[in-house]
Design a protein around this ligand. Structure first.
Ligand SMILES: Cc1cc2nc3c(=O)[nH]c(=O)nc-3n(C[C@H](O)[C@H](O)[C@H](O)COP(=O)(O)OP(=O)(O)OC[C@H]3O[C@@H](n4cnc5c(N)ncnc54)[C@H](O)[C@@H]3O)c2cc1C
Length: 490
């Protein structure tokens, strides 16, 4: 009998965990090496003093991606993960105490949007129609297509398709075409923050991001986002993927420009036919191979706070985004000047509102995410003192917006500065979401799922295609699997 080819996956983040079962299904011997004691990468878990927090992702969208992924194995996603719908979805709040609550219930959403400007009721219908076309086109022809070069990508995508996606417009201008009220445009275009640039610079194509959330709803797995990681771990076990935690890879062994194995921190060497890195591409090249790679503009880093609060919080829903007064100035400060914006935008999630098991009875688990410049671009130091300054600003804003939480209500606290993000998960320059998604960094311009420099080396996860976010990392595993199969059957 022919010996199975062996594949090593470095990193047990969402990308690595979703690739393992696909490869194992195709009859490879697959082994994952994860440096941390727990799996999930950025999508990790903190469980302390009765409170449960997701470390990173807190919004689950595009459930169809997970349904399709599990169906590859003849499995029903919902046998692995219980999803709870979160509605109202995200609530946007301004300093003047106005707010906009998104919902996938289109009637509710229409009433909410038209409270600012009645004409925007029609604008919403047009926005949804136009975005649906873009979304369908993007996912059918572009997002998940491997392409070895720019020309084949352009041909596959179709030039007219690309133009109709709004690639030549900015995300802000694309959304402005449909709504008169500035606050609606600000709310929907603020999603650009997670894609790594200002909505005035990112392509209009990304208006499909808020659309996807409105169309397919916003969800949370039971037990928090980590419920998804647990579902993936179970699938890996069923598919006989061997998983090693607390097993940091020190080097990828490269001989004659071909990856042949890995060296662990204890010096032991393991050889394999193929290596897939789920670690950020720049960290992989620089630290694990010792070569330079293309320099990407990175998405912001983040200060994240995990607070156990001694009470229920009535003045906030599950997801809230606090937006600044001067939207453009704030994005310029963050993305062009590499400053922490003066008028701080930040995101709050209270998952215990949707799943009460995540906090002791009558108490709340609360997560705060404050975007900030990556480590090398910030002219000041990112450190715990800076974290406490930002915490003060969050509480000033709470007071201004009548949010009933005081510092004294915090009975448990953990803080990640950009350095924790970099050191704990290998995130290049502390960037929370990987390389940003400007036109010059997507599709064939992004780090390819197959190394162009080293034979038998592949990538999976946020730093490769299609891009960042949990569903995109799942899709990247499909793309990496396809490209490995193609290579082997050449
Ligand atoms: C604060 C924050 C909030 C977010 N919110 C959302 C959200 O709401 N919704 C959403 O969809 N996405 C969100 N994201 C993005 C999402 O979390 C990521 O896109 C996704 O989790 C990245 O997964 P990945 O597969 O690229 O791997 P990663 O999570 O980066 O995992 C890589 C793994 O490799 C391991 N590793 C690193 N170096 C080594 C080594 N030398 N040896 C062995 N193992 C190693 C790391 O420990 C890690 O486990 C958020 C991210 C952050 C940081």
């Amino acid at each position: 009998m022919k010996k199975k080819s062996k594949i090593i996956i470095i990193g047990g983040g969402i990308g690595g965990l979703s690739l393992g079962p696909l490869l194992s299904n195709d009859n490879f011997e697959v082994e994952i090496f994860e440096s941390e004691p727990t799996l999930g990468g950025r999508a990790n878990i903190i469980k302390e003093e009765g409170f449960t927090f997701d470390t990173g992702p807190s919004l689950l969208n595009y459930p169809w991606v997970y349904e399709e992924y599990f169906s590859n194995f003849g499995k029903n996603f919902y046998d692995y993960v219980d999803l709870i719908k979160v509605d109202p979805a995200v609530n946007f709040v301004w300093r003047d105490k106005t707010n906009l609550q998104l919902s996938s219930d289109i009637n509710k959403l229409s009433d909410e949007i038209s409270k600012f400007c009645p004409n925007d009721r029609n604008g919403l219908i047009e926005f949804l129609k136009s975005s649906q076309k873009k979304y369908d086109l993007a996912f059918k022809n572009i997002v998940t297509k491997n392409s070895s070069n720019v020309l084949s990508w352009l041909i596959n995508a179709g030039i007219t398709n690309l133009l109709s996606l709004g690639l030549t417009n900015s995300m802000y201008n694309e959304i402005s075409k449909f709504f008169e009220e500035k606050k609606v445009v600000e709310a929907l275009s603020s999603y650009s923050m997670y894609l790594g640039d200002s909505p005035y610079k990112l392509p209009g194509f990304f208006s499909i991001l808020p659309y996807g959330e409105l169309q397919y709803g916003l969800w949370m797995p039971k037990g928090g986002m980590y419920g998804l990681v647990e579902g993936l771990i179970k699938l890996n076990q069923e598919k006989d993927v061997k998983i090693n935690t607390s097993s940091k890879i020190k080097k990828i062994i490269v001989e004659k420009k071909s990856a042949i194995g890995v060296i662990l921190e204890d010096g032991s060497e393991i050889f394999s036919d193929i290596i897939v890195s789920n670690v950020d591409s720049e960290t992989t090249h620089k630290d694990l191979i010792g070569i330079n790679s293309k320099k990407y503009k990175m998405t912001p880093s983040a200060y994240t706070f995990y607070w156990g609060i001694n009470k229920n919080i009535d003045s906030l829903t599950h997801h809230t985004i606090f937006l600044p007064d001067n939207f453009k100035k704030t994005f310029d400060e963050l993305f062009s000047k590499n400053e922490i914006p003066n008028d701080l935008p930040f995101y709050i999630s209270i998952p215990s509102k949707t799943d009460s098991s995540l906090a002791p009875k009558g108490q709340s688990s609360l997560f705060v995410l404050i975007p900030c410049p990556v480590i090398s671009k910030f002219s000041e130091e990112h450190n715990i003192e800076k974290a406490f300054e930002l915490k003060n600003e969050v509480f000033n804003r709470f007071e201004q917006n009548d949010i009933d939480i005081k510092k004294e209500d915090i009975i448990f606290e953990k803080i990640y500065t950009p350095h924790e993000w970099k050191n704990n998960f290998g995130l290049f320059d502390g960037s929370a979401f990987g390389p940003s998604h400007n036109f010059s960094q997507i599709g064939p311009f992004r780090n390819s799922n197959k190394s162009k420099k080293i034979k038998n080396l592949y990538f999976v996860g946020a730093s490769t295609t299609p891009g960042t976010g949990v569903p995109m990392c799942i899709l990247s595993s499909k793309m990496t699997n396809e490209i490995i199969q193609e290579e082997l059957h050449k």
